[in-house]
Structures are given as C-alpha cells and as structure tokens.
Write a protein that binds this ligand. Structure first.
Ligand SMILES: Cc1cc2nc3c(=O)[nH]c(=O)nc-3n(C[C@H](O)[C@H](O)[C@H](O)COP(=O)(O)OP(=O)(O)OC[C@H]3O[C@@H](n4cnc5c(N)ncnc54)[C@H](O)[C@@H]3O)c2cc1C
Length: 461
C-alpha cells in the first residue's frame, strides 16, 4: 500500500469538486466514525463526493495509486466496510437529492440518502417502497444487500423494487444498469452488495402506502415467552401480506405505557404494522392480544414516517455492536427454546434477539432472478449484541456466538449479507447462497482485480 504524498493529495483535489478531509482536519473524525463504535479505522483521505464525476475521479485516482477503497453510504454496515485504514474513503453521504415522480410512482434517489430522507420525500405523495426499520440507515448499502422492513411482505425486498441504477465501475466508467441495459450488472447489484461498482443513483418503484398506518407494540412478560413465541410462530405463517409482526426479546425500555416496575425487566415484544385499511388491521391483530397477559400495549393509527422512526432511540450511533444472524423458513420449537434460554441471560440492557418476519411477496420471486437468493427465508433472526464499553466485549460476543451456535441446526440456507460481521468471511459464499457461482463470474467481468473489496467480498477466483 502506497502512502499519500502532498503531490498526490494535490492531484486528488485537482479533479475533485467535493470536500477533501485529511487526518487532523475538522470533520475528519466525525466522518470516519461510523455507526458501529467497534470499528475504529483511519483512512488516509476522505473524499466527500458531490457528483457522479467526483465518484469516478476518486475511483480513477485510487486505482492509479493502488489505494484501498471503502465506500460509505449511510455508514451503518455492522462489519464496518465503509471505512478503511490508510486507504481512500469514498463518502457519498452528501449526495442526497431525491426526485419523486408521483404519476409513474417512481423515485430517483442519490446514494447518500437515509431511509428518513427517502420516506419523507415519497410520503409527500402518499408513496413508499420497502426499506428497513431504522430511519438513520443508508438506502444504498441496505438496498444493495437486499433490504427488508415493514412493507416487504406486501411489496417485496428493496431490491425487488429497484428499476435501474447508475454505476461507476472499477475502471472509473459510468454505466446504466437495468433489465434492458447491462442486465447482468443489474442482476448482480440486486443483492451482490458493493462488489460491482459504486451506485450514484437508484431508481425505485413506489407504492401507495398510508400516509397513516395501524402500527405499534404489545409487550408481554418474559415468563410467558413460550406460549407467546409459539403462537407468534404459527400466526405469522398464515397472516395476510398486508400484516407484519416482528418479535423482539430484550430488557424493557422506560416506555410510558409500561408500568414502572417493568422497566429494565426482560420482556417479549410484538411489533406490528398493517399496510392497509386500519379498521381491517384492527380485526386481524385482535388474536395477538390473546397470546398472553400483556404488561401493556401502544397501538394506534400514526404516520408511516413516525413508525419508521420508532426504534431509532434504541439504535443510536456510537455504541459497540456485535451481530449474528440466521435465516429461518419456519420458527420451530428448537429455535423458541434457544431464544428463551439465551434471552434469560442478556449480557447488557441493550442486547436483544429479534425475529424479522418477511415471507409474503419476498418469497414469490425465483431464487435466480437476481443476486439475492434466499427466497425461502420467511424470517431473519438477528442476535443483536450491543453495549457501551470495550470491557464488555468478551462477555457480549461470547453470548451472541453461543446463541448463534445453539440456533444453527434450525436455520435455513443462506444468510443476510447486511447482517454479517467483520469476522464472518468464511460465511460469505454460504450467505450469497445458490447465486454465488454466477456472482464470481460477474465479479471477474466487472472487477477482475477485486478493486472493490471492502464489502461482503466475492473474490474473482
Ligand atoms: C440500526 C440498524 C438497523 C438496520 N435495520 C435493517 C432493516 O430493518 N432491514 C435491512 O434490510 N437492513 C437493516 N440493517 C442493515 C443494513 O442494511 C446494513 O447495515 C447496510 O449495510 C447499511 O447501509 P449503509 O449505506 O447505511 O451502510 P454503509 O456502511 O455506508 O455501506 C455498507 C456497504 O455497502 C456498500 N455501499 C454503500 N453504498 C454504496 C454505493 N452507493 N455503491 C456501491 N456500494 C455501496 C459498500 O460496500 C459499503 O461498505 C440495519 C442496520 C443498522 C445498523
């Protein structure tokens, strides 16, 4: 790896319209620090792009000088791939324009947009596309890995709603990718992560959503976990696509609708969202209340954008995070027992085990239709280790790994690449699943030198 000399930095600046941050500069520390505080890396240079040409120039410069490159969208990648030591961080977070065409229900979105930016712009017209459940996450990284949230059962994954993308390739050229243009690249972008180039613009299909939706939480005591989880598992197998219910077990935050003596106690939470007429939704969710005797509930009709931000306070930037994830086709008794065993030993007040329910439309696409292949995943489980101090790392990591091992026999194939941690390089081929071989061929075509390797890397060999 070459070190950057002053002359090199001048050369970079000459072709770059955006801001250039070097170690020690005001703003450098803030931009290099991503969501997961466990990742602490120092790029030699941060290029804060403002145009697709900035992106292309940064790529050409890095290639010429043999510099490692990382690409930052929303900076939420758990493995920390958006920041590198000693290389060039290509920061897209200033590229935030969004254009919504309500007539054709399409949005063109730049790669620095967060889910909050996108949701706000689309909801002005009563429209939305499936994204994640935490509004500070970046649209770019989330989409390129698959992308799922409350709307996915009805409208599919984020990648299922991607219509086209503008891409800067590893040789610094601009390409448009869609079903009719560079269709192989378009296939790979939809689930292949950041392996094939840097997307400078995403075009999405939008759908009528809300703007108000029935949504909220029911919180059950942990000693009722067995019946609640068992009923959750069976209920979610047959519920309509419009309804989504996720399960999370964790220590109760001090939510105003919970009695004070419940705060800090382990609970089982059902998070509910109905994408349709709230009156119809009310009828459908009624059986959930009978899963046990709840500590409390907070369910009502609220703006979709507000629901999208409900979990933000629990998921702020700056904590230490360690995740492990499995896909499940079915929530079997073995998984339920493992969840109960490990939720009884939560190593910190912020740790949780959650099951995100997908299924519905996400499973009706052929597994080889695009790079994302886990079409039999009805549920994505994440054991979310989270704490403040490095002194808690060993205990928290060990807990998450043990639960991961215990629940593994019940998992289905593939894994969500956006939930893989830094150390899980041996799981990457398994995670991509049945499309991996074709992804390797595509990598050989579009990035034969593995220039883009700070990602869930598909090696061109
Ligand atoms: C709090 C939290 C909640 C989450 N909730 C969900 C959820 O509900 N659903 C879900 O599906 N996922 C969820 N995720 C996972 C999320 O999808 C990944 O963390 C994703 O990587 C975030 O994208 P980003 O742009 O913020 O990340 P970044 O760290 O900026 O980027 C991640 C990687 O994506 C690639 N990349 C980013 N932008 C580009 C681009 N323009 N072109 C090419 N490659 C690019 C790069 O390889 C980069 O290293 C969540 C993550 C967090 C931290």
């Amino acid at each position: 790896m070459k070190q950057l000399q002053d002359a090199n930095i001048d050369e970079f600046k000459e072709h770059f319209q955006g801001e250039v941050l070097l170690p020690g500069a005001a703003g450098y520390e803030e931009v290099r620090q991503i969501w997961n505080a466990m990742i602490d890396r120092r790029p030699a240079l941060i290029g804060r792009c403002t145009t697709p040409e900035d992106v292309a120039n940064a790529v050409r410069f890095s290639r010429k000088h043999n510099m490692l490159v990382s690409v930052r969208g929303g900076g939420h990648n758990i493995a920390g791939n958006s920041v590198c030591d000693d290389g060039i961080m290509i920061d897209l977070s200033l590229m935030k324009s969004i254009h919504v065409d309500p007539k054709v229900r399409r949005a063109t979105v730049e790669p620095g947009c967060t889910l909050a930016d996108f949701d706000a712009a689309a909801q002005t017209h009563g429209l939305a596309t499936p994204l994640g459940i935490n509004s500070t996450t970046g649209v770019a990284g989330l989409t390129l890995g698959g992308g799922f949230g409350w709307l996915s059962r009805k409208f599919g994954l984020s990648v299922d709603n991607l219509l086209s993308a503008d891409v800067v390739t590893a040789d610094g050229n601009h390409l448009h990718a869609s079903k009719t243009e560079n269709s192989d690249l378009f296939w790979g972008l939809r689930g292949g992560g950041g392996n094939f180039g840097i997307v400078t613009s995403f075009e999405f299909q939008l759908h009528p959503v809300g703007p108000d939706l029935l949504s909220g939480l029911i919180v059950f005591p942990f000693d009722q976990a067995k019946p609640v989880l068992t009923k959750f598992a069976r209920f979610t197998e047959t519920m309509p696509d419009e309804l989504n219910v996720w399960m999370v077990t964790r220590k109760a935050p001090p939510l105003p609708f919970l009695p004070e003596d419940v705060h800090g106690k382990t609970v089982v939470v059902l998070a509910i969202c109905y994408v349709g007429d709230p009156a119809e939704g009310e009828k459908l969710i009624e059986p959930l209340r009978g899963f046990g005797t709840a500590h409390g509930e907070h369910i009502g009709v609220q703006p979709y954008t507000a629901w999208q931000q409900t979990f933000d306070p629990l998921l702020t930037k700056g904590a230490r995070n360690y995740w492990k994830s499995h896909n499940f086709s079915k929530i079997s008794e073995g998984v339920i027992e493992a969840i109960i065993e490990y939720a009884a030993m939560l190593p910190s007040p912020q740790c949780e085990i959650f099951i995100g329910t997908i299924g519905g439309q996400t499973t009706r696409i052929a597994p080889d239709a695009m790079a994302y292949s886990s079409r039999d995943a009805n549920y994505v489980m994440n054991v979310h280790g989270r704490w403040e101090s490095a002194a808690d790392d060993a205990r928290g990591i060990s807990w998450a790994r043990q639960f991961f091992t215990k629940s593994k026999p019940f998992a289905s194939d593939g894994a969500y690449i956006n939930f893989l941690t830094e150390e899980e390089t041996d799981r990457i081929a398994f995670a991509y699943g049945t499309t991996y071989k074709r992804l390797v061929e595509l990598k050989k075509k579009y990035d034969p030198t593995n220039f883009f390797r700070m990602n869930q890397n598909i090696r061109p060999v």
